[in-house]
Write a protein of this length. Structure first.
Length: 155
């Protein structure tokens, strides 16, 4: 019986070790749950380890006031080594969320992968800039925008 309990605790510890915290997580609340067209969201991520690959995600919390099925954004990634990647994304919100959930909750949070296995080879600062591409001055219903960076599984 003692061996069984020991193995059980070893397995629990191993499972806890596999679930690691993100290397970076920053969420910015938007005033009045509105994202203004030219209010680019900038995230400065310190990079202290070299030679590591990361998966980078955008997280967004929206309310029932968000009037669109999609969220188009332009994202610029600048690495400490000087590399720059620019990509336009259109996230399909209605397909990623159950709309009936908005009736139960005040808001819903979605997470979308921006890049997979980005290698950061130099120490310094990684900057991610997110630009709202909806052609209106103000986009209602967006409570927050954030970036989550996780070490890729290969690390």
């Amino acid at each position: 019986m003692n061996k069984t309990i020991k193995y059980f605790f070893v397995i629990l510890i191993a499972l806890a070790a596999c679930k690691s915290e993100p290397a970076y997580r920053k969420i910015k609340s938007l005033q009045g749950n509105t994202w203004n067209r030219f209010d680019n969201q900038v995230f400065e991520i310190p990079v202290n380890e070299t030679g590591k690959s990361y998966d980078i995600f955008l997280t967004m919390k929206r309310t029932a006031d968000y009037p669109y099925d999609e969220l188009p954004v332009n994202v610029v990634l600048q690495t400490p080594s000087g590399e720059e990647r620019i990509h336009e994304f259109t996230f399909k919100l209605r397909q990623s969320l159950k709309e009936s959930d908005l009736e139960k909750e005040d808001s819903l949070t979605s997470e979308f992968q921006l890049w997979k296995e980005i290698l950061l080879s130099d120490k310094g600062k990684c900057t991610i800039t997110i630009e709202n591409l909806i052609p209106k001055i103000a986009t209602p219903g967006i409570a927050s925008i954030g970036i989550v960076m996780k070490k890729s599984r290969g690390n």
